[in-house]
Design a protein. Structure first.
Length: 283
C-alpha cells in the first residue's frame, strides 16, 4: 500500500508543514497551565513573553526566525527558549520519517498524530512535570483507532518487532488479547513502580501514559518500549546524579523517556531485538 510519491521536494513540503504544526504545538504547550488547562491556547497572538511585543509574521517562521535572530527577541535581550526550534524540528521530522517508515496508509496518519501528541506531552511534562489527562485519553483513542484499522483492514504487521513478536506471543491469544495485554502491562508495571516508590519515581500521569501507549503498541512491543524508556532515562539521570545536580529524591519528568522508548521501538524495534539476540547467542 505504499503510494508515496518520491523526491526531495515532496519531503521538504512535508517537513515545512511539520514545522508549522510544531510552532502551533509550542503555543499550546507553553500556554498550558495547571489552573486553566488548555483554555489559554486559543487566546491572542504570539508575543514575546518578556517585553510583550506582538510578533510579526517574519518573527514566527519555524526554525528560520530562531536561527536568523540567533535565539533572541528582536526588541529586547530575551533569549528565546530552545524548546521552540526543538519542537519545530521534531514535528517536521515526524511528518517526514513516519511515512518513510510505514509508507502511506490511514495508519500512517494516525501514527503522525501520535508522534505530534507525544511531542506535546513531552514538552508539557518537561516544563510542569505533569501529563494532562486529556492528552493521555487522546493517546488511548488513537490506540483504539490504530487497533481497529489494523484489525479490520490493512493486514499490516501489528508489531514493530517483526518475527520476534512471535517469541513472546501469549498462547493462542488473539489480536485484542495482545492489545489489552499491552495496556495492562503498562498500567501494572508502572503502577507497581508508582506504588512501590510512593509516587517518588514517577507520577500517576506516567502510569496512565504507559497504559495508553500499551494499548497503542500492544504486547510485546510495549515491554521493549518501557525498558528502553528506563535505559534512556538512566543515560540522562546518572550524569545529573553524579554532578549532584539532582538527588534520587527529585523525580525527573518521565513522560519524555516513555515517548523516547516508543519512538525507538517504532523505528528500530526489530533491529534492537535482533542485536540483543545476536549478543545473547554469541557471547
Ligand atoms: Zn522581547
Amino acid at each position: 500500500m505504499n503510494v508515496a510519491p518520491d523526491g526531495g521536494a515532496y519531503y521538504l513540503i512535508l517537513f515545512i508543514l511539520g514545522t508549522l504544526i510544531g510552532s502551533y504545538l509550542n503555543v499550546v504547550s507553553l500556554r498550558f497551565s495547571r489552573e486553566e488547562g488548555f483554555r489559554a491556547s486559543r487566546k491572542g497572538r504570539s508575543h514575546c513573553p518578556h517585553c510583550d511585543k506582538t510578533l510579526k509574521w517574519y518573527e514566527l517562521i519555524p526554525l528560520l526566525s530562531f536561527l536568523i535572530q540567533r535565539g533572541k527577541c528582536r526588541s529586547c535581550p530575551w533569549r528565546i527558549s530552545l524548546q521552540y526550534p526543538i519542537v519545530e524540528l521534531l514535528a517536521g521530522l515526524s511528518l517526514v520519517l513516519t511515512p518513510w517508515q510505514l509508507g502511506w496508509s490511514p495508519l500512517t496518519i494516525l501514527w503522525i498524530l501520535a508522534f505530534l501528541l507525544f511531542i506535546l506531552i513531552a514538552a508539557i511534562d518537561l516544563r510542569l512535570g505533569i501529563i494532562p489527562d486529556k492528552l493521555n485519553i487522546l493517546v488511548a483513542v488513537l490506540g483504539l483507532l490504530v487497533a481497529l484499522l489494523v484489525y479490520f483492514g490493512s493486514g499490516l504487521d501489528t508489531s514493530f518487532l517483526g518475527s520476534y513478536a512471535l517469541l513472546f506471543q501469549l498462547g493462542e491469544g488473539s489480536f485484542w488479547v495482545h492489545r489489552l495485554a499491552g495496556a495492562m502491562f503498562g498500567l501494572v508495571f508502572f503502577g507497581g513502580i508508582y506504588l512501590f516508590t510512593r509516587g517518588k519515581a514517577m507520577g500517576l500521569g506516567d502510569v496512565k501514559l504507559a497504559g495508553a501507549i500499551g494499548f497503542l503498541l500492544g504486547w510485546p512491543d510495549i515491554a521493549l518500549a518501557l525498558v528502553l524508556a528506563f535505559f534512556v532515562g538512566s543515560i540522562f539521570a546518572i550524569p545529573l546524579l553524579l554532578m549532584k545536580r539532582k538527588t534520587l529524591k527529585d523525580a525527573l519528568p518521565f513522560g519524555p523517556f516513555i515517548v523516547a522508548g516508543v519512538t525507538l521501538v517504532f523505528f528500530f524495534g526489530y533491529h534492537i531485538i535482533n542485536g540483543y539476540f545476536y549478543l545473547f547467542n554469541f557471547y
